[in-house]
Structure formats: structure tokens, C-alpha cells
Design a protein around this ligand. Structure first.
Ligand SMILES: Nc1ncnc2c1ncn2[C@@H]1O[C@H](COP(=O)(O)OP(=O)(O)OP(=O)(O)O)[C@@H](O)[C@H]1O
Ligand SMILES: [Mg+2]
Length: 230
């Protein structure tokens, strides 16, 4: 095998490994935030409500408890926003459309975009790695729309054929320049293209009429991605 082919293969393996490590770390941090810190915050919020109720109007203690409770609630909301991007709670139990809907709901709030998620056909049950791959692709595409597209609406559609799962993310923004994937210093689309290619899939970008961008990712539906039909 020519040496440059070997190098490309090694780089793809490394990129894949890097993604696996990042996913493991995200999972660990999300678990800490959701199961550890969020739990402690809920208990503290509950206790402050009880203290406020029991303390009457003594020395403004009730008001202090309520103020503290509001501060903790704000922390909880911030934590949910941040941790949702890492990995939605109970990702392991959600179907891909459910996970996408949960993410887009909070992303709409953050970005001001109007986002629609549609299933064109019923998807088979996908294993966690496959769901996570499409989920990360949707996250990157949405972040790109918010950062670069200057659009207002996004539609995400999921489709399954006999042999492929396809996701399209379309926006109504300014459109994507030719060669954007190879832009120096930009790694989002390049990384996604590598991840899909290494699993036999692909990523394409097209202009939309009258304006906007369509990102499409496709993955062959191998047996490993199936856990039985829904
Ligand atoms: N939906 C879009 N509409 C318009 N331009 C886009 C869109 N998505 C990407 N681009 C263009 O393509 C370029 C490359 O995108 P890519 O996601 O690879 O990198 P990035 O977003 O610049 O940086 P990062 O490495 O943080 O993802 C962007 O810098 C932007 O110019
Ligand atoms: Mg990007």
C-alpha cells in the first residue's frame, strides 16, 4: 500500500479514537452534572422552600431563603442548558428523533432559530453509537447555522431506506461558499465528513433555492446499527 494511503488510514483511526475519547468524557461530565450536581441542587431548593415556609417572617429569613432558592433555580437552568449540549439526559433511552427534538427545543431558545424535526419514514431502532453520530452531526450543523448562516429557520429531516439512514439539515441563510469544508482552521465539517466516511457513509453540502444550505449525511444501515425494527 502506498505510504500516503497508510498515513491517511492512521489519521482516520486517530480521529475516530479522539472522538471516542471525547464522547466518553462528555458522558462522564454529563453524568456528574445531571446525577450529581443537579440532584444536590434539587434537594437544596426543596429544603429552602421548607425553611421559608417554617421560618415565618422572622428577621427576613423567609425572604432570604426564597432569594437563595431563586438563585439555585437559575443555576439549575444554566446547568441544564450547558449539560444538554454535552449529552441530553437519558440519551441512552431516547430514540434519535426524540433526542433531536429535546436538543432543538433548548437550542431554539439559545439561538432564536426556528427548528423543525421531521421523520420522513419510520426509522429502525438504532444502536447508541449510530444515534450519537447523527446527533453530533445535527449539533454541528445547527451551531454552524447559528454562527455563519444568518438564517431564521432550519429543518432537520430523517429518512430510512432499505440500506441507508439519511439526515438532511436545511437552512434559509446566506448559503455556504465552495470549499468550505477545507477552510483552514475549521474542523467541524471536516471531522464529520471523516467520521461518516470511516463508516462507509458520506457528507454532502448543497446550495438551496432561493437561498440557504443543505447538509446531508448518510450512513449504510449495517446489521450493527440495528437493534431490531420498532
Ligand atoms: N449553514 C451554513 N451557512 C453558511 N456558511 C456555512 C454554514 N455552515 C458552515 N459554513 C461555512 O463553512 C465554514 C466551515 O464550517 P466548519 O463547521 O467546518 O468550521 P467552523 O464552524 O468555521 O469552525 P469549527 O471548527 O468550530 O466547526 C464556516 O466557517 C462557514 O464559513
Ligand atoms: Mg462548525
Amino acid at each position: 500500500m502506498p505510504q500516503h494511503r497508510q498515513h491517511t488510514g492512521r489519521i482516520q483511526q486517530l480521529a475516530q479514537r479522539l472522538e471516542t475519547v471525547r464522547e466518553e468524557e462528555r458522558k462522564a461530565i454529563a453524568r456528574l452534572l445531571h446525577d450529581g450536581i443537579a440532584q444536590e441542587l434539587s434537594v437544596a431548593i426543596f429544603r429552602l422552600s421548607r425553611m421559608a415556609a417554617q421560618s415565618g417572617h422572622e428577621l427576613g429569613i423567609a425572604q432570604l431563603c426564597l432569594d437563595l432558592r431563586e438563585a439555585l433555580r437559575r443555576c439549575m437552568a444554566e446547568l441544564r442548558k450547558g449539560a444538554g449540549g454535552l449529552r441530553p439526559p437519558s440519551f441512552g433511552l431516547l430514540t434519535l428523533p426524540e433526542a433531536l427534538k429535546e436538543h432543538t427545543r433548548s437550542f431554539e431558545e439559545i439561538s432564536g432559530l426556528q427548528i423543525n424535526v421531521r421523520e420522513q419514514s419510520q426509522l429502525p431502532t438504532l444502536d447508541e453509537d449510530t444515534r450519537l453520530l447523527f446527533f453530533r452531526a445535527a449539533q454541528e450543523a445547527l451551531t454552524n447555522v447559528a454562527r455563519h448562516a444568518r438564517g431564521t429557520e432550519v429543518s432537520i429531516s430523517l429518512d430510512a431506506s432499505e440500506d441507508h439512514i439519511t439526515m438532511e439539515v436545511c437552512d434559509n441563510g446566506i448559503g455556504i461558499p465552495e470549499g468550505a469544508v477545507d477552510k483552514p482552521g475549521s474542523f467541524g465539517l471536516l471531522g464529520l465528513r471523516e467520521r461518516f466516511a470511516s463508516l462507509g457513509g458520506d457528507l454532502t453540502l448543497d446550495g438551496m433555492a432561493p437561498s440557504g444550505t443543505k447538509l446531508r449525511v448518510r450512513l449504510p444501515l449495517q446489521r450493527s446499527a440495528l437493534e431490531g425494527r420498532q
